[in-house]
Ligand binder design. Structure first.
Ligand code: KG4
Ligand code: ZN
Length: 347
């Protein structure tokens, strides 16, 4: 069915607060970024080794109002100039979702603007279509590999609002595996960036670690066997802190195993969507250069392009939320103020 194509009536404000980043962004109706702000709550959660939902919600509440005011000031706009206000409504932590959507709904009601409830995964999925990111905006259908702290999925992106999950993790998300292995190696949370840096000084061939589900049909993922193997390896070294070179060798061997797993799963996913115009990677883990290189090899082997947004747009941000809102408005979708938060909201 053809939907009526409508441009947003003015710039779109996007808000992200589903996990531990508070973010706000304002995009012109054509997708030009007029202002963007991200505040990580890492320091608030550091002592706990993970995200504490109640602390996250309170921190979003404290940060969001001033952040939106700053973004509006930078863009030279008031609420009245906006065309729509959008917030991530799920999946995510309910406290943060309530803060972000409550703010967006209140502002939309007060300023008489339309409100959009955005699925965080859809926002990651559509980021690559933001004008100016790729040489050519990827056309539908394309394959999305979403790799973050909470998700690890292959998705066929067949249109705005038309997503088909081809495979997902059977246990941990890949970012979670990075974080757990990093913790074993004595690195702070979130461990991905530190582990990647440490792995640069290590030998990838030092340890032969398992690669679960390799060559298995479909494109599901599994990381728990790999994580357990690393845990046993580390515990086997005794009580003392690991020598730096040994830690680097373990990090490099782990990262090489993940690269092999993701590369293999992506290869299978491509056979499940042979008419994919491109492959897009998204999520915080997509910032990893070693993984990107492996995925680029696989995609290049199929004569397709790998589109990897810059790291700041791979992790959680609000530019993707505002952009998803623009895509949805253009495709004729609309929400109203009764749209609920959905802590679990599969694509
Ligand atoms: O998408 P994201 O910012 O938040 C959600 O989980 O939704 O992803 C965060 C995850 C964390 O697990 C973090 O360790 C991982 O992305 N990460 C990385 C890298 N940078 C962030 N993992 C591997 N290599 C990196 N360079
Ligand atoms: Zn995310």
């Amino acid at each position: 069915m053809e939907r009526k194509v409508t441009q947003p009536a003015g710039p779109v404000l996007g808000i992200e607060s589903s996990c531990d980043e508070t973010a706000a962004a304002i995009l012109a109706p054509d997708g030009e970024i007029l202002a963007e702000r991200v505040l990580s709550q890492l320091a608030d959660h550091a002592a706990f080794g993970g995200v504490v939902p109640e602390i996250a919600a309170r921190a979003h509440l404290a940060a969001l109002g001033p952040m939106v005011a700053e973004a509006l000031r930078e863009a030279g706009l008031g609420f009245g100039d906006l065309g729509a206000i959008a917030a991530t409504a799920g999946p995510g932590l309910i406290g943060g979702l309530l803060v972000g959507t409550g703010f967006a709904k209140g502002a939309a009601l007060a300023a008489g603007k339309s409100y959009l409830a955005i699925n965080h995964l859809e926002a990651h999925a559509l980021t690559a279509r933001l004008p100016g990111l790729a040489a050519v905006q990827p056309a539908f259908p394309y394959l999305l590999l979403l790799v973050s702290g909470g998700h690890c999925q292959c998705v066929a992106v067949e249109g705005v609002g038309a997503y088909r999950r081809l495979g997902t993790t059977l246990d941990d998300a890949v970012g979670e595996a990075f974080d757990k292995v990093a913790k074993l190696l004595g690195l702070p949370y979130p461990g991905g960036p530190g582990l990647e840096a440490l792995a640069r000084d290590g030998d990838e061939a030092a340890f032969g670690l398992p690669r679960p589900l390799l060559h298995r049909a479909g494109c599901d993922f599994s990381f728990s066997g790999l994580k357990t193997a690393v845990a046993q390896l580390v515990l086997g070294q005794g009580e003392a802190a690991l020598p730096r070179q040994l830690a680097a060798d373990i990090a490099a061997s782990f990262q090489a195993a993940v690269a092999d797993i993701l590369g293999d799963r992506l290869q299978h996913a491509l056979t499940m969507l042979p008419n994919a115009t491109a492959v897009v990677i998204a999520g915080g883990v997509a910032a990893n250069q070693r993984l990107r290189a492996r995925l680029a090899e696989v995609v290049g082997g199929q004569s397709k392009n790998l589109i990897a947004p810059p790291p700041r747009l791979c992790g959680d941000n609000a530019v993707m939320v505002a952009w998803a809102a623009i895509e949805r408005l253009r495709a004729g979708f609309a929400d109203d103020l009764t749209a609920p938060c959905r802590p679990r909201w599969p694509l």
